[in-house]
Design a binder for this molecule. Sequence first.
Ligand SMILES: [Ca+2]
Ligand SMILES: [Ca+2]
Length: 340
Amino acid sequence: MKSIHIYALTAQLLVFSVAAQAAEAKTSAEPAVNSIGMRLMRITAGEFIMGSEESPASLAKAYPQLPAERFHKLQDEAPAHRVQISRDFFIGAHEVTVGQFRKFVEASGFVPESIKDGTGGYGYRKDYDPSKTARGDAFEGRDLRYSWLNPGFAQTDAHPVVNITYADALAFAQWLSKLEGKRYRLPTEAEWEYAARAGTRTRYHSGDDPASLLKVANVFDADSAVNWPRWKDMALSGHDGYAFTSPVGSFAPNAWGLFDMHGNAWEWVSDWHGDDYYANSPPVDPQGPIDGEVRVRRGGSWHTWPFYARASYRNINSESSRYTLLGFRLVRELTEADKP
Ligand SMILES: [Ca+2]
Ligand SMILES: [Ca+2]
């Protein structure tokens, strides 16, 4: 009897230890640090459920501030479908920072698109009133006074760079690839969501409750609402401490060591957007439609209402968009030296 009991206990411990190893294997505990000080986490290949099929009624209950019809316009998040990421990859633990982008511009002489095309970027100005403009936009622009160097509020080199176009992000990745002899690129939309979820199925990696964002994300909260009182009802209740962008890594990371996957800056991914793409996408390493009109951005921002910061939410921009809320993070592909 005793020996059977011991056997059962041993088997149980074995199961536990295999499970623990599998969870740990998703990411190395320590980030790799590259030649410009960018911290990268290794993400292990695996499977996940991409997208969401949450019912409009369930969403309406969680986000009572929004009009109910809003929840019937999320068809591009469905169907929720199994996706396999077939290869390990590294991804930035943080959004690309102002300091990192500055190194790129200084070393390469690159002129970002908002400056090159002579139309400028967007920015915050205290006495700018959206209701007095034709577009009703929350920010002033385009205007040459605004660019990655100036979104109208103070940023240090540790803040996420914004006012970045798709081409700007690609140029940064190309420069860094050449500098290191390794391939850097934007994440695919599937890689981004896989990394953001870090094994979770909930609205946020912090759970389903929008209030859980306070610990993990810089979003449109009571601090931001002071500057846009007309949208104060949409703000996350409580104070996350930042009315504008926050230094990257100011909040708790997800289970795979990634910071600001919700909030701070929206992040470009490489995919074109397709409204019905999830119904037809390949199950292994989907790359997005082969062409399209607009690219996808993910994760929400410091000016984004909690509903739009969900892990499954897909937002779009034309490639030449540059905005006070829009930045990026990079993936680095594995080299021979990285392979186990
Ligand atoms: Ca905030
Ligand atoms: Ca972000």
